[in-house]
Design a protein around this ligand. Structure first.
Ligand code: NDP
Ligand code: MG
Length: 380
């Protein structure tokens, strides 16, 4: 059972919910990190009195240091400061950073032997082979926080042989534009796309949910976490977000995890696994739910799932390339610089890069990330 916890990305949607769980469970917070939202992290630092806080933005970190001068909390700065917090050897590190910025902290946590509660799916998408290899070498557990992966992890409890798994089924709400044609998607504005029907999340993942790229990233995440082949992971549209994902076994029995859509259930399970405790989340009353519906995704209109499956098939650095194209396009769309359907067009282009398909180093991942963002073709 963990006692001490470091929360990376503590000011975000996952981070603040992780602190709700920490407050309820009485975890000792060792460190908190964020990018630049100094006012929020200052309040958190005053409440939890961690040993360290870190801001990746060095200017904001300098301001925070002055603001927290009357407390014993030490302030670190830059991405190195964030990694230092991940390396403290806390019982667990919860990684709620958004984007590839979470990759080095993920590796730092694993290398320091802390259990890793992983929300930052981009770590596994960009460098799944490296992350899983390092975790296996260090014997560090990776506990999924992403609701679908937590549901699969929960549905796999008691499965003694991976060969008995026939298929993993990721559910997807379909986002705000489910059922629309490509022509109807062209003029979508960032405000419309930021309005998710079931989940309240950070801006980047909310756009990823609207384009279905989130499900593509989750497909890659599932393949690494559970060691299955890409073709053994299916996606099912389930508008109500009550059934969080399913596992189909050799005997055609299907086991699923259900609950109201609230991330504090998977966050708490990752931090208390294998035990369960009361949580602040409401109970699921199935008799009160409207009908639960399931259907196939429209992969012709929303192409990101197939693009991610193809990136996995191509292997090596292709998932990192696709992730980089998406991170850039997602941010450009939010700034009003490109249209909604341009996101998937740009992500698809990343498959055309000429990249090695075999083993890669961490430097290769960051070089690929930079070259795709800068739209330059370089040999690695
Ligand atoms: P938010 O945007 O709400 O929060 C992101 C956090 O990361 C903030 O604390 C932010 O700091 C910090 N951050 C941003 N950039 C950097 C950087 N360069 N270096 C260090 N820290 C940084 O995101 P979410 O909480 O929604 O998502 C976090 C991760 O969890 C993502 O990978 C997402 O896909 C995954 N996830 C989220 C779910 C959700 O319900 N929100 C569900 C499942 C998975 P600051 O506030 O200072 O900018
Ligand atoms: Mg998810």
């Amino acid at each position: 059972m963990i006692k001490s916890l470091c929360v990376l990305g503590s000011t975000g949607s996952i981070g603040t919910q992780a602190l709700d769980v920490a407050r309820m469970r009485g975890f000792k917070i060792t460190a908190l990190t964020a990018n630049g939202r100094a006012d929020i992290i200052e309040k958190q630092a005053r409440e939890f009195l961690p040993e360290y806080v870190a801001l990746a933005d060095e200017k904001k970190a300098a301001e925070l240091k002055i603001a927290l001068a009357d407390t014993p909390v030490k302030v670190l700065s830059g991405s190195g400061g964030v990694e230092e917090c991940a390396s403290l050897g806390s019982d667990a590190v919860l990684n709620g950073i958004v984007g590839i910025a979470g990759l080095k902290p993920t590796l730092a946590a694993i290398n320091s032997g802390s259990a890793l509660a992983l929300a930052n799916k981009e770590s596994l998408v960009t460098a799944g082979a490296l992350v899983m290899k390092t975790a296996a070498e260090k014997g560090t557990p990776i506990l999924p926080v992403d609701s679908e992966h937590s549901a699969i992890f929960q549905s796999l409890q008691g499965c003694r042989d991976k060969k008995q798994i026939k298929r993993l089924i990721l559910t997807a709400s379909g986002g705000p534009f489910y059922g629309r044609s490509l022509a109807e998607l062209k003029d979508i504005t960032p405000e419309q796309a930021l309005n998710h029907p079931n989940w309240s999340m950070g801006a980047k993942i909310t756009i990823d949910s609207a384009t279905m790229m989130n499900k593509g990233l989750e497909l890659i995440e599932a393949v690494w976490l559970f060691g299955v082949a890409p073709d053994d992971v299916d996606v099912l549209i389930h508008r109500q977000s009550i059934v969080h994902s399913l596992v189909e076994y050799a005997d055609n029995s299907v086991i699923a995890q259900l609950g109201v859509p609230d991330m504090r259930i998977p966050i708490q399970y990752a931090l208390t696994y294998p035990d369960r405790f009361e949580s602040p989340v409401s109970r699921l009353d199935l008799a009160e739910c409207a009908a639960l519906t399931f259907s196939k995704p429209d992969n012709e209109t929303f192409r990101c799932i197939d693009i991610c499956r193809e990136a996995l098939r191509k292997g090596g650095l292709y998932p990192a390339a696709v992730n980089a194209a998406n991170e850039k396009a997602n941010a450009m769309f939010r700034k009003g610089l490109i249209g909604f359907t341009d996101i998937q067009d740009r992500v698809e282009k990343a498959l055309e890069y000429s990249l090695p398909a075999g083993e890669y180093s961490l430097d290769d991942v960051f070089e690929t990330d930079a070259s795709v963002r800068e739209e330059r073709q370089v040999g690695i």
